[in-house]
Ligand binder design. Structure first.
Ligand SMILES: Cc1ncc(COP(=O)(O)OP(=O)(O)O)c(N)n1
Ligand code: TZP
Ligand code: MG
Length: 210
């Protein structure tokens, strides 16, 4: 398993509505340097979700990338993903840990609250996610989180930290220097004219010194 660090690409069923578009876009993100891929499909089409999750799992395994499923622990089990990303309203970490293989990756949304993160870490989360740090096109009603939260979180948590919400190539570097180990991106990555070049630009932000 590669480390939980770098560009974390999250799929979108509106931007990538069919199998071919989804695979082409995610392949480009991987080629550009995305390290973690999350399958996030909010439709109720169980058959499509299973088929696409299996396709992405294969793509990620071939390219040695971490593959996570949003919300759905049973789907993660069925497609043999590396793990799941859970929100505060989703399955609990404890239940997910019971259902998944012991080495599964479990990430947890903590919005703008350190207390949710310490609870998640104590429950065995492998990473925690904060946001939205900037206005998000994908989730416009996401509660805003201040960038200072990341440095505070770093002092009290030992697990990796994800920043999410409205992250672009222009604000990626300041988000990483503020304390993010991973930056999770939907719109600014997958709506780009060249997804490969956009992913490269995000990946470069992790290697910049100034
Ligand atoms: C990496 C990452 N962070 C946060 C979220 C949001 O999860 P959640 O609050 O459960 O909202 P939905 O994505 O399910 O709408 C995420 N998916 N990934
Ligand atoms: C799922 C989620 N949770 C908080 S913001 C967000 C969406 C992130 O997408 P974008 O990178 O387009 O703002
Ligand atoms: Mg969720």
């Amino acid at each position: 398993m590669n480390p939980l660090h770098g560009l974390y690409a999250i799929t979108d069923n509106t931007l990538m509505p069919d199998d071919e578009t989804l695979l082409t876009c995610v392949r480009a993100a991987i080629l550009g340097g995305a390290q973690i891929i999350q399958y996030r499909d909010k439709t109720a089409d169980t058959q499509k979700r299973y088929r696409q999750a299996c396709l992405l799992n294969e793509l990620c395994r071939t390219n040695a990338r971490t593959f996570l499923i949003n919300d759905d622990v049973k789907l993660a089990l069925a497609c043999e993903a590396h793990g799941v990303h859970l929100g505060q309203q989703d399955t609990s970490i404890e239940t997910a840990r019971d259902l998944l293989p012991h080495h599964a990756v479990i990430g947890m949304t903590c919005h703008d609250q350190l207390s949710l993160a310490t609870t998640a870490a104590l429950s065995g989360a492998d990473y925690v996610a904060f946001g939205a740090f900037y206005p998000s096109k994908t989730k416009p009603d996401a509660k805003p989180a201040p960038l200072t939260l990341l440095a505070e979180a770093k002092t009290i948590l030992s697990c990796p930290i994800v920043a999410i919400g409205g992250i672009t190539v222009d604000n990626a570097y300041q988000t990483i220097t503020a304390g993010a180990d991973m930056i999770a991106v939907v719109h600014s990555l997958f709506s780009a004219e060249s997804i490969i070049q956009q992913a490269e630009a995000f990946a470069l932000a992790f290697n910049r010194n100034v």
